[in-house]
Design a protein around this ligand. Structure first.
Ligand code: PMT
Length: 399
């Protein structure tokens, strides 16, 4: 998503400047062409040379510098940017933009650009809560400027409260979202993710190795492309993606109930969750004691959520995942038929770099009929975008 994008990073004077340096590096390694504008106070915290080294481009600091490039700098930077991100955004820069003041290079470029502008505020808690700053924030939001943060916590000045720069991965997520096409706008996407957890007694349960990464990547990708996303998730340690409605469940029965409730109102369902096929027939009210040399737990079948969706399907596009350890294509074809799917994403979870817990996945897209499209190893977010591309093609073909 970042490859080939021109991102201008505006850096203003606050202690969080050092985090902006890491952001410049992350953006560059993601494939973006990063140009940095530093205000004079930002240069008091970190040298422009740091940003020059990390971005691989010269750093802009002054409005009227001797001409080293032919074009007028602020117009050129404003025109070529796909996105302008201000990190950290101090009360000063927010106040200037809200008041229409353009008295240095950064405020001038912000004024002259037509690309989306993202502010990542960071300042002392009392400054942040000052009604003037709050008024400026409200005005800028109304005008269509984008914001992420600030976060809560202990600030560099020792105070506690809102004012911290949000984590860089949250900023990266927002940047990805702002740069993504809005081709899912107007569509409602339901994603399931993670494992289910089937209780045996108050302290034990049956579960599986799903981390939720695949499903969360799908929810994140869909939201970044403008969809309205409901994420129904089993227990995970993951941060919910920005702008997604999250419903947390534990058991397959709870997931079934939530999914069925939303199903009539959604356009696309992607079932990446690893749902337990069986659950203990009886859940002991007390911790089971270590009495005999063996313990037999009798299990009964859980409802097959996806198969039920296949039966109830009207206008929805239905995508399943198949986690297989052998006969990948054959099993996936069978599940496409049995569950009345539009697409099955089949992963052989025994392959290194695929399946449970990994940051990457290796899948074959299996369609009704005999068509199979093998994909190379991909990080889960890129794969999520690829799956959404396929879903859009399927929907276009149907119309
Ligand atoms: O979460 P990660 O660590 O990122 O790992 C990703 C993943 C391996 C979990 C994911 O890529 C994946 O394969 N998910 C589906 C796992 C699975 O349950 O596969 P299955 O072949 O048993 O089920 C087929 C489909 O039926 C799945 O879409 C599943 O959600 C659905 N199902 C299964 C059983 C059931 N009772 N109800 C269902 O809806």
């Amino acid at each position: 998503m970042l490859a080939g994008k021109n991102i201008t990073l505006g850096v203003t004077g606050g202690i969080a400047v050092y985090k902006a340096a890491q952001l410049a590096s992350n953006l560059k390694s993601g494939g973006a062409d990063v140009r940095v504008i530093m205000t004079r106070s930002a240069t008091a915290f970190v040298s422009p040379l740091t940003f020059q080294t990390l971005s691989g481009n010269r750093v802009y600091t002054e409005l009227f510098e001797p001409v080293v490039e032919w074009n007028v700098q602020h117009i050129e930077l404003a025109a070529i940017s796909d996105l302008l991100v201000v990190v950290p955004a101090t009360a000063n820069i927010l106040g200037k933009v809200a008041a229409g003041i353009a008295d240095d290079l950064l405020s001038t470029v912000i004024m002259a650009t037509t690309c989306p502008v993202l502010f990542c505020p960071a300042m002392n808690v009392n400054m942040y809560q000052n009604p003037v700053v709050q008024r400026n924030l409200a005005m800028l939001k109304d005008l269509g400027y984008h914001f992420v943060g600030p976060g809560q916590g202990r600030l560099a000045c020792g105070a506690e409260g809102p004012g911290r720069l949000v984590e860089l991965d949250v900023i990266m997520e927002k940047i990805q979202a702002l740069l993504s096409p809005s081709d899912l706008k107007g569509l409602k996407v339901l994603v399931t993710a993670g494992p289910t957890l089937e209780p045996i007694d108050p302290v034990r349960y049956l579960t599986n190795r799903s981390s939720g990464k695949m499903g969360y990547a799908l929810a994140r990708a869909a939201a970044s492309r403008g969809a309205s996303v409901i994420l129904i998730s089993g227990p995970t340690n993951l941060q919910p993606p920005l702008g997604v409605e999250l419903k947390q469940v534990e058991t397959a029965a709870e997931m079934f109930k939530e999914v069925m409730e939303y199903f009539p109102r959604v356009d696309i369902v992607i079932k990446a969750a690893a749902v337990a096929d069986y659950r203990p027939r009886e859940v002991s009210g007390q911790k089971i004691k270590k009495t005999g040399s063996k313990l037999v737990i009798e299990c009964e079948k859980n409802p097959d959520i996806l198969a039920e969706l296949g039966r109830r399907k009207t206008h929805q596009t239905l995508v399943g995942f198949a986690a297989e350890t052998s006969n990948l294509e054959e099993n996936a074809h069978q599940k496409v038929k049995d569950k009345n799917l539009d697409l099955m994403v089949a992963n052989d979870v025994t392959l290194p770099g695929a399946g449970f817990g990994a940051d990457t996945n290796i899948v074959k897209l299996v369609y009704p009929g005999q068509y199979v499209l093998p994909l190379p190893v991909m990080d889960k977010l890129s794969l999520a975008h690829r799956i959404l591309d396929e879903v859009l093609k399927l929907r276009d073909n149907r119309q």
